[in-house]
Design a protein. Sequence first.
Length: 188
Amino acid sequence: MADFDRLGPVRTGVKPRWTGKARLIDTYRYGHPVPLRDSAEALLVNGCELTPTTLTGKVVYPHAGVSSPPLTDDTVVALVAAGRRRWKIANENHNGLKTKGYHFEHHYGPGRHHLAALLATMSGLAYLCHTVLDWMDERYRAVRAILPSRRTFFEPLRALLQYLPFAGWDQLMAFMLDALEPLAVNSG
């Protein structure tokens, strides 16, 4: 993006924005076609650079991105906003996998063939299942209310499943809830 001007006509747009806390000035620079990398056979895309600044001129957090749809004065703001939202969602999910007991970054070296991708997929599926359980299973929500962090939930779960047989998920959650209810009463 530093070499933007050399690649052809660059359009610039300025739009004020209120974040809920501060007023920013967003400066959009965009052009096409822009090579995705520095080589002769690089894929050509539509490139955009967003530089939000405070009213005093301090740069807050610059962004750069690419787009398949053409960028125009009418579409650039919406496409950049959608890209930033998509990045935020992906970043929050990845942080959840890293910090909520899934040990996402610790498992996955290069592996043999597809091991890293398999383990990453399994962690993602576990995260999805636990999210669905949060929505759908009343006992699970009650146990998680007593053991709010995933780490404090996973440790007793591992120990229970290692030493005690349960007929099913409902029996496991009922057992945990019965054992944890005195903790909930004493801490509340």
